[in-house]
Design a protein around this ligand. Structure first.
Ligand code: F6R
Length: 575
């Protein structure tokens, strides 16, 4: 949440380059944005416009997802200290900002925003009154409580100072330029060389390169690593929306993942299989869409006789008992979700082992884990996760196959392509669903996680109230909400007669029924889409992709800002 960027160059560059790079991080938050280039302070509300005429050799920029203080220009970053000597951008939450603020007010500092972040600029200015920046930064490190990735500029110095604790921060080493950013997507088209900050580390980045220090100011060595970040050569932003583009990239992304699971990722994959086999207890930890992928994964593994548990990461410590015989598998697209990181810290503190399944390479969660696999979905720009979900589910299905789940994974890309040829039917369904304020999506067994995921996609992109639930649970309460014409989307796996009964129960009460099925006869109906696969493992994945398209078309019918839904951010780096 919140994206930060800082660029230091040997030769002057147009300041708007900062905004151009920031735009690539806009999915981290889009309430307001701003930049400081040593001369100009620009702060604006809303989506980033790449504009401005100045030039600089060093500048910082920020795109905000509001936590402390409403969405306004004065709460937008960068924040300047009273005398303008210090400018900062910050991602994270300063937990003791009120206490620090009170102390600084007593010393005569005047605050202009309601944010927790502004305190950093004043604290640094206060430190600089008595000491050089090299000593003021360790003091800042000592006194700040909470989570932060901070970039600071100090008047008279041609450097950017970077500090990190718990919020993501990475440095990209490009030709003639160094870029500091919240994630590699800010510069992955400039360079594949990066230095990943660990907690309580800082850097001074100048025109001739970067120097790294620990939190006390002692120099440390941090070598650059090469990263691989898959780019799809698929259709460009389809109909102006990344969401559709990314859904349509799924066949290519699945193909790439399967190839790598049999190639360069095979040793890590085999190690994970061995680890799961040897470990008494396996728990997945994840949030949101990734959690739904793990529910599907848990189902697949249960079918092979291997019992695993899955927990939403924010509740992990309240429901998980972790010991030395527990393996916690974190599943996360961004690899930066704070609740997942917190669950892993808890697991580690209790002696558990940690593995990870992530999309963003070298992300914090990957670096915290003793073993990790990459889903290779490539950059996902739309805030709502689509192709990452599919690749997470495919990887978990591959894992289940290693334990005996019968499935031919190789045909998934073609099955997805066949599904995409039915887009017109899915769109027609979506347009009808979009007329309602509520929709219920029901599933059973492997389609239950898909029902939850489809509901989440519909909610976040179209703002229609959607509930994804177990078909069997309907009659224990929710059926009271079914009226004449209430849309119910039923996910019918051919082998499951019970979900057909649940569908009949709501139909009898006037619901308008929509169906996604691989049932040989049910799929012929006007309100049904037939998904061609006899394998229920694959059916789960295809039904999820169909649900993504329904959500997309419903949001499009309602004219929603599909790629950047209100109030959301892609990388959730606060608790
Ligand atoms: C919904 C969505 C979110 C994320 C969740 C976890 O479309 O994208 O629910 O799945 O915030 O994020 P990661 O997977 O990055 O840990």
């Amino acid at each position: 949440m919140c994206g930060i960027v800082g660029i230091v160059s040997k030769t002057p560059y147009p300041s708007r380059v900062l905004l151009d790079r920031l735009k690539r991080l806009e999915y981290r938050g889009y309430d307001s944005y701003g930049l400081y280039d040593g001369r100009t302070l620009l702060r604006r509300i809303g989506g980033i416009r790449v504009e401005g005429g100045g030039r600089t050799t060093a500048g910082i920029a920020h795109t905000r997802w509001a936590t402390h203080g409403g969405v306004s220009e004065r709460n937008a970053h960068p924040h300047l200290s009273c005398d303008g000597r210090v400018a900062v951008v910050h991602n994270g939450i300063i937990e003791n900002y009120e206490e620090l603020r009170r102390g600084l007010l007593r010393k005569g500092h005047r605050f202009t925003s309601e944010t927790d972040s502004e305190v950093i600029a004043h604290h640094l200015e206060d430190g600089l009154r008595r000491r050089p920046v090299e000593a003021a930064l360790p003091r800042l490190f000592r006194e700040l409580k909470g989570t932060f990735a901070v970039l600071a500029m100090v008047r008279g110095r041609d450097e950017i100072f970077a500090l990190k604790r718990d919020s993501p921060l990475v440095l990209g080493a490009a030709e003639g330029r160094t870029i500091l950013a919240s994630d590699i997507y800010a510069f992955s088209d400039w360079t594949d060389r990066a230095v990943f900050f660990e907690n309580d580390e800082m850097a001074a980045v100048g025109p001739s390169g970067a120097r790294f220090f620990d939190a006390t100011g002692r120099p440390i060595r941090k070598p650059a690593r090469t990263f691989r970040w898959e780019q799809d050569r698929g259709p460009r932003r389809t109909a102006g929306h990344y969401m559709l583009k990314e859904i349509l990239e799924e066949p290519a992304a699945v193909g790439r993942l399967l190839f790598s699971l049999g190639g360069d990722q095979k040793p890590a994959f085999d190690r994970l299989v061995r680890l799961i086999r040897r470990t008494r207890k396996v728990i997945f930890a994840s949030c949101g869409t990734s959690y739904h992928a793990t529910l599907l994964g848990a189902y697949y593994l249960h079918r092979t006789g291997r019992e695993v548990q899955t927990l939403i990461a924010s509740e992990f410590r309240h429901f998980a008992k972790v010991d030395a015989e527990t393996l916690v598998v974190a599943v996360s697209q961004s690899g930066e979700t704070m609740d997942v990181i917190d669950a892993l810290k808890y697991a580690r503190a209790n002696g558990g082992r940690i593995a990870a399944i992530v999309n963003v390479p070298h992300s914090t969660i990957q670096r915290m884990s003793e073993l990790s696999l990459n889903i290779l979905a490539g950059p996902e720009v739309c805030v709502a996760s689509t192709k990452a979900f599919v690749n997470q589910a495919v990887l978990l299905l591959a894992l289940a196959r290693a334990f005996g789940f019968p499935v031919r994974l190789e045909t998934i890309p073609d099955r997805l392509r066949a599904l995409f040829r039915q887009r017109a039917r899915l769109r027609a369904m979506a347009v009808r669903i979009a007329r309602s304020r509520d929709v219920y999506i029901i599933g059973r067994g492997l389609t239950y996680p898909v029902a939850r995921e489809t509901a989440l996609k519909i909610k976040e992109t179209s703002y229609i109230h959607a509930e994804g639930m177990m078909g069997g649970e309907l009659k224990h309460g929710t059926i009271a909400l079914i009226e004449k014409g209430t849309p119910v989307l039923s996910l019918i796996n051919a082998g499951d007669p019970d979900i057909i009964s649940n569908t009949k129960e709501v139909e009898a009460r006037g619901a308008e029924i929509f169906v996604l099925t691989n049932h040989p006869t049910l799929g012929g109906d006007r309100n049904a889409v037939h998904l061609k696969t006899a394998n229920d493992g694959k059916f789960g994945i295809l039904a999820a992709a169909a649900g993504q398209l329904i959500a997309y078309y419903a949001a499009a019918a309602l004219g929603r800002p599909i790629d950047k839904p209100r109030n959301l951010a892609k990388s959730v780096t606060v608790k």
